[in-house]
Design a protein around this ligand. Structure first.
Ligand SMILES: Cc1cc2nc3c(=O)[nH]c(=O)nc-3n(C[C@H](O)[C@H](O)[C@H](O)COP(=O)(O)O)c2cc1C
Length: 203
């Protein structure tokens, strides 16, 4: 039985968010195909994930034994992430990146000794072992190709961060150009929903 961690980073509801329309389709298809798997949903806004505080940083620098780490709230998300086999991130493009709450969450999961470590040859990811990530994103404009491609920093950042942690199986499902007047929004969404179903069936 695999564990899938579904990370939601948008204040909108499933009904109002185009990103969640795609990610919920992905999760429904995955659930049908893998009824025995555990799916953990982390809605970052419902969780009210906050930036790391000075106190929490200090707690992370205090030497902790393995047992204390497992119980300490500051490591909750990092341990959950480390234990997941598959990760789905649903986040719209915001200001060339993604909603800031997702960065706050990443600051929790990037934990020395859990998801990566420092060695004399530099940092090494500790999430190796075949974890897979799917990033589901919608965008108002076009950033996957063309003149604005260099400005895209959300998907790129996630890809680099997960590579840093030792996760190289990274797939992107993107629906773009959704805010451009005259666009066939439903046509683009239909393609993305199909992509989500197909990807989920082989995830
Ligand atoms: C705060 C904010 C910032 C945005 N920044 C960008 C952007 O930089 N580039 C872009 O193409 N679209 C941008 N958009 C548009 C959204 O990416 C687009 O409408 C997306 O489909 C919204 O997803 P949702 O329906 O899941 O909320 C932004 C939207 C918001 C609300």
């Amino acid at each position: 039985m695999a564990t899938l961690l579904y990370i939601k980073a948008n204040p909108k509801t499933n009904q109002d968010s185009r990103t969640f329309r795609i990610s919920e389709t992905f999760i429904d298809s995955y659930r049908k195909k893998n009824p025995g798997d555990q799916i953990i949903i982390r809605d970052l806004y419902e969780e009210n994930v906050q930036p790391l505080t000075a106190e929490q940083l200090q707690e992370r620098f205090n030497a902790m034994d393995e047992e204390s780490i497992k119980k300490h709230p500051v490591y909750k998300y990092a341990l959950e992430f480390k234990n997941a086999d598959k990760i789905v991130i649903a986040a719209p493009m915001w200001n060339l990146g993604f909603p800031a709450i997702l960065k706050c969450y990443l600051d929790y999961i990037m934990a020395v000794g859990i998801t990566f470590k420092y060695t004399e040859n530099g940092p090494v990811g500790l999430c190796e072992g075949g974890k897979k990530v799917v990033h589901i994103v919608t965008r108002g404009g076009v950033y996957s190709e063309g003149p604005a491609a260099a400005y895209e920093m959300g998907d790129k950042y996630l890809r680099v961060v997960f590579g840093f942690l030792g996760i190289y199986d990274f797939t992107t499902i993107a629906a773009e150009m959704l805010d451009v007047i005259g666009t066939d929004v439903e046509g683009i969404m239909a393609n993305a929903l199909k992509d989500a179903e197909d990807t989920a069936n082989n995830f």
